[in-house]
Design a protein around this ligand. Structure first.
Ligand code: UT7
Length: 334
């Protein structure tokens, strides 16, 4: 039998960072054979932000600093930093270490976690475990990706989808089990490698002239194949989590979906019986920022006063791997 947890993990602070430079749909008309209407109707994306200088650590560090400033959190209070990303500044050191140094979190340990578009959910689960055990009091979870660094801007099927951004949440313990992380269902299925991968640069295909010539350092995605499994995977796991926790549509304040394609989001919401006003959306302004999509939605809706203490949220994602899952949380702060 599972042991009774001492604490639940709750989100007590949030922060985000998106760079200023914008690639709107009109811009893509000037570099590839596409049109604004196609992009908007097929994806729901109007524009994305692009980081011109620096790596993902810039996005992650600025998101962390925004969290700390807005919520008056001192760097030395932070026990652990987990950065979910597929675009680390370097293979090593971990991006979490670069963030630790830049924000001055002198008492923290930390690491990177790679689970593509499900990265935030997987990191949230991992960080929550550290809190629930009672061993750590302040764990920062950051989802950040500079997708422009691995995007082929001559591939019209994919380049219109992605953007750069970072967002962070702080996890802390609470004894009241009515708040914070309640339940989750997480999955991986390695057969997804075929349809969505970046084959170059790793130990399988170390960088060489050949890997560069063959464009192996860019995202490869069979969009149609991924779309089919993503729609089913995200909807199935979200509905399963609702049923497992006896949640009806009217109990849920918001679905917080990974922002890959508006049509995937709509299909998931429909299966859950939720209207559009109960779905967090920012894909129109940022595109797919991989690990940053879910936390940035939380930041924006919280700051707009749209999430209230006690609200039941279902976070849901699907991405490369395949990795996917859904997480049920009860919002704990005003
Ligand atoms: O976050 C990780 C998980 N990733 C996802 O969830 C993404 C999943 N996939 C998707 O979001 C969609 O499949 C896409 C947005 C990538 C594509 O949408 P689609 O409705 O599946 O389009 P399609 O691939 O079936 O393409 C339809 C047509 C094709 O032309 P033909 O072959 O029918 O003549 C494409 O060549 O649209 C064409 N097309 C474009 N046309 C204008 C593809 N890209 C573009 C473009 N502009 N940028």
């Amino acid at each position: 039998m599972a042991q009774e947890k001492k604490y639940n993990a709750i989100i007590t602070a949030v922060g985000m960072y998106f760079p200023d430079k914008v690639f709107d749909n009109k811009y893509f008309e000037s570099i590839i054979d596409t049109n604004e209407e196609w992009i908007l109707t097929r994806t729901g994306i109007r524009e994305r932000r692009i980081l011109e200088n620096g790596g993902t650590s810039v996005l992650a560090t600025n998101a962390a600093l925004d969290l700390m400033q807005k919520h008056n959190i001192k760097a030395e209070e932070i026990d652990c930093i987990i950065v979910a990303t597929v675009t680390p500044d370097m293979f090593f050191p971990p991006t979490a270490c670069l963030v630790q140094k830049r924000i001055g979190a002198v008492n923290a340990w930390g690491f990177d976690l790679e689970a593509a578009c499900s990265g935030f959910l997987f990191a949230f689960q991992t960080g929550s475990g550290l809190i629930e055990s009672g061993q750590y009091k302040k764990v920062m979870i950051i989802g950040a990706d500079k997708m422009s660094s691995i995007t082929d801007y001559t591939d019209r099927n994919n380049c219109i989808l992605f953007g750069d951004g970072g967002a962070a949440v702080l996890l802390e313990p609470i004894e009241d089990k009515n708040f914070g992380l309640q339940d989750s269902i997480l999955h991986v299925d390695g057969s997804g490698e075929v349809a969505l991968h970046m084959k170059g640069g790793g130990s399988l295909n170390p960088p060489s002239h050949e890997t560069v010539d063959k464009k192996m350092h860019y995202i490869y995605q069979d969009g149609k194949a991924v779309f089919k499994v993503a729609v089913k995977g995200m909807a199935d796991v979200s509905v399963e989590l609702m049923q497992k926790n006896n949640l009806k549509s009217e109990d849920i304040a918001y679905l917080v979906p990974h922002q890959a394609n508006m049509r995937i989001i709509d299909a998931t919401a429909e299966r859950m019986g939720l209207s559009r006003d109960k779905v967090m959306i920012n894909i129109d302004r940022y595109g797919n920022t991989t690990a940053a999509t879910i936390p940035s939605c939380l930041v924006e809706y919280y700051r707009a006063g749209k999430i209230k203490k006690g609200d039941k949220l279902i976070l849901s994602a699907f991405g490369a791997g395949y990795t996917w899952g859904a997480t049920y949380i009860v919002w704990a702060i005003d």
